[in-house]
Design a protein around this ligand. Sequence first.
Ligand code: PEP
Ligand code: MG
Length: 556
Amino acid sequence: MDRTLRGVGVSHGVAIGQVRRMGTAVLEPPATQIPSEDAPREQARAQQAVDAVAADLIARGNLAGGEAQGVLEAQALMAQDPELMADVQRRITVGSSAERGVYDAFAAYRALLASAGEYLAGRVADLDDVRNRIVARLLGVPMPGVPDSDEPYVLFARDLAPADTALLDPTLVLGFVTEEGGPTSHSAILARAMGVPAVVALPGATSVTEGVVVAVDGSSGEVLIDPSEEKQAELRRAAAERKAALASSSGPGQTSDGHRVPLLANVGGPADVPAALAAGAEGVGLFRTEFLFLDDSAKAPSEERQIDAYRKVLEAFPEGRVVVRALDAGADKPLDFLTPADEPNPALGVRGLRTLLEHPEVLDTQLRALAKAAEGLPVHLEVMAPMVADRVDAKAFADACRKAGLQAKFGAMVEIPSAALRARSILEEVEFLSLGTNDLAQYTFAADRQVGSLARLQDPWQPALLDLIALSAEAAKATGKSCGVCGEAASDPLLACVLTGLGVTSLSMGAASIPYVRAALAKVTLAQCARAAEAARATDTADEARAAAQHVLSGE
Ligand code: PEP
Ligand code: MG
């Protein structure tokens, strides 16, 4: 019997497949005493689980290759550490169950590392991950982290952090459904980058049964549990027809009366370039360089590695525009070597440009690497800073770019309401603005972008957000400079028309959204976009704004 659940659709398309759940952190096993005659059996169980986890880590390492392989092999060694294993066996002898023995032995080892002054967050996180894997296996619950599967599946999770997804095999993930996460969460961004349908903020997502077939509609936000064969066929047919219609749209982004709005791609590294090219991206509007840093969060990638990655992206767009964002670490993208571990409120703490100004060596290396990567290429390189609060921030970033000898335009992201309110003063220091509407919504509404229950406030159609976008675009126009949008707002086809009407000069999004936005823009004139923007801003809620824009643009 099919059942329909409703969340927020954040990445278009329909995915049909079996549910695989992402295991969450393991609960503490009960500390009940076992009878002494059970000890040998429990000891054997513990040994078996440790061996299986070590073998699994090595196999995953072989699959992943590169730096991830080294990390996973080191974790396998941790699992089989003879002293740790001896402690597990000893604890079982005096009455612990296998899972409790593992849990307590790892806790003691963790404390030992700390007292020896070796409290390296990276090692401790790896140690906890190994413990969780062994305990999960012993308890018979899903492994924490990405599911093990050779078959394609729909991934169900509480939420997805960038680090969780490093080992995700894009050929196996048909779509995502998460319980938490708003339209601007990393789950949503990742789904768009991978071009797979996704629904977020779906209450009860983590209790959907493993293995059941679901149909995920990433546009409407509906998730059908166990749909009939006829329903599956109907959904597949509709999705194929829509895809075919979109594939026929091509060329640069423009309204029906020829007003050009370059459609650019958001990328996380060279791996995202083929999809951007296939979608006809006119360049890159946001290169999220932090993904290069997530492989090993204990140190920065070398200058050579950075040059190599930047060059591969720059080479893909000869004559095109590539906007590289300086490292945006902190808050939902913490890096062990940069992000303070004890901030009371990381989203309001040292993140983005603030981190770079506290660690100028990281910024200087990155800018130098970019300058070398761009040498001799005909690309239009632009570099921007995340989380610029005011003119002082903008000047500090522009100074650092000049010092690095970068032949590029320097820009500022508008992600904090203060930057939108004082956009003109920021434009005294930099040459362009780029609206990061995900964070701009988060900070305008004081609504954490990772909290699914606040999705209403993270809705980019909120009129207050449209007002801040309008302020930024007007400031750029008055100074003859450009103001793009690279937040997720740009990937909503209807909203893309409204943004154009507000005066935004380019739209950057996950590659999979480009055909949808291109098709929507091609149907309307600039004057209609401006009227839709005005109508949306005249309302008081996101739903009303959407309806008002729809009314104007469809000519109803
Ligand atoms: C944004 O905040 O809108 C943005 C583009 O940056 P990120 O999503 O990477 O924080
Ligand atoms: Mg941001």
